[in-house]
Ligand binder design. Structure first.
Ligand code: TYM
Length: 344
């Protein structure tokens, strides 16, 4: 039995959606929707693996939804929803808690980073986070997952879980008519010039929602003046931009700004350097500001428009959850048959 291609990805509603989330993920979600069936999910259950203020969480769920819609994701053609409205995510995650091994999760670098020194005090959910992520993807038997570079290890774990499930239950999978494998091994789609957008203050640190300095990132809610100010203050080195990519070696801030420009312009880094090689940063930053404002201002305006009507956002999420649940229940029924549970 062949499994049809299907795209799934998720974004956490943890506030401060930034240019890295947009260029590494959301902009690419939009590009994939012409050729694939897509599910785009606001992963609220992932967000609560660390403390969230209830009122802020509710706002942030709507804000990520607004960003999806404002960026151009079509909620009628595709499925836009939030994770906690589809019970199958938690159910399948529990089953995967029983498939994944402690040793696999112990190797996850994001857990180590997020838990920090105080591991004993981290939530159990934070440790099991990658199992829930595998459940998100495999609940829809999705085949392709567009993400930024930082999710690569989690995607590898999702593949390991899918493979172990397929192996452990091989006989039952065949008996139930699914052939040799039930879950596809999901492929990460990590491509383009902005798979790892770096902080504007430090070219060696990832642009992140949790950086205490707001100058380190461009938020999707920033207005034109704020974007201009942040780009003007972005750290650079004293040399002009090189004409070819080799010249970016050892110059992480220059490489970052060139990558951001390329992703916003829909071109690649060599193309940007062909145009701006030899330019001083003062000139390049002006061009980058104009481009960033041109691309982000309409998204910003649309986000505000959506957020002014939260009931409409909630209606879109409920409709998405209804449609996602139909697919989820089909998978959960089959999973229960395969592992020997009795369906309701
Ligand atoms: P999250 O919410 O941290 O980030 C959402 C997406 O943005 C990408 N991203 C970046 N890309 C480029 N440069 C950056 N500086 C940058 N920062 C973030 C992330 O790679 C991601 O694609 N665990 C996921 C959410 C998730 C998920 C899933 C993703 C839950 N279930 C299933 C895919 C499939 C996360 O924390 O993303």
């Amino acid at each position: 039995m062949t499994i049809p291609s299907r795209v799934f990805s998720g974004v956490q509603p943890t506030g401060n959606l930034h240019l890295g989330n947009y260029l590494g993920a959301i902009q690419r979600f939009v590009a994939l929707q012409d050729e694939h069936d897509c599910l785009y999910c606001v992963v609220d259950l992932h967000a609560i693996t660390v403390w969230q203020e209830p009122a802020e969480l509710r706002h942030n769920i709507r804000e990520v939804t607004a960003a999806f819609l404002a960026a151009g994701i079509d909620p009628k053609k595709h499925i836009v929803f939030n994770q906690s409205q589809v019970a199958g995510h938690s159910e399948l995650a529990w089953i995967f808690n029983c498939v994944a091994r402690m040793g696999w999760l112990n190797r996850m670098t994001q857990f180590k980073e997020k838990a920090g020194k105080n591991r004993e005090n981290a939530s159990v959910g934070l440790f099991a986070y990658p199992n829930l992520m595998a459940a998100d993807i495999l609940l829809y038997r999705a085949t392709h997952v567009p993400v930024g570079e930082d999710q690569k290890q989690h995607l590898e774990l999702s593949r390991d879980i899918a493979q172990k499930f397929n192996n452990d239950f091989a006989a039952s999978i065949a008996e139930n008519g699914f052939g040799e494998m039930f879950f596809p091994l999901p492929e990460p789609l990590i491509a383009g010039p902005a798979t790892r957008v770096m902080s504007l203050r430090d070219g060696k640190a990832k642009m992140s929602k949790s950086d205490p300095s707001d100058l380190s990132r461009i938020n999707l809610t920033d207005d034109a003046d704020t974007i201009a100010q942040k780009i003007r203050k972005a750290r650079t080195d004293p040399d002009p931009l090189p004409a070819v990519s080799d010249g970016l070696e050892g110059r992480p801030e220059a490489a970052n700004l060139a990558g951001i420009y390329a992703a916003l312009a829909g071109t690649d880094v060599p193309g940007v350097l062909a145009e701006f090689g030899g330019s001083q940063f003062s000139d390049f930053k002006k061009a980058l500001t104009d481009l960033a404002v041109e691309k982000l201002a309409p998204i910003n305006a649309e986000m505000r428009r959506y957020l002014a009507d939260p009931a409409e956002i909630d209606r879109i999420l409920a409709d998405g959850a209804d449609r996602a649940s139909v697919l989820a229940e089909e998978t959960m029924g089959a999973v229960k048959d395969i592992i020997g549970l009795i369906r309701h």
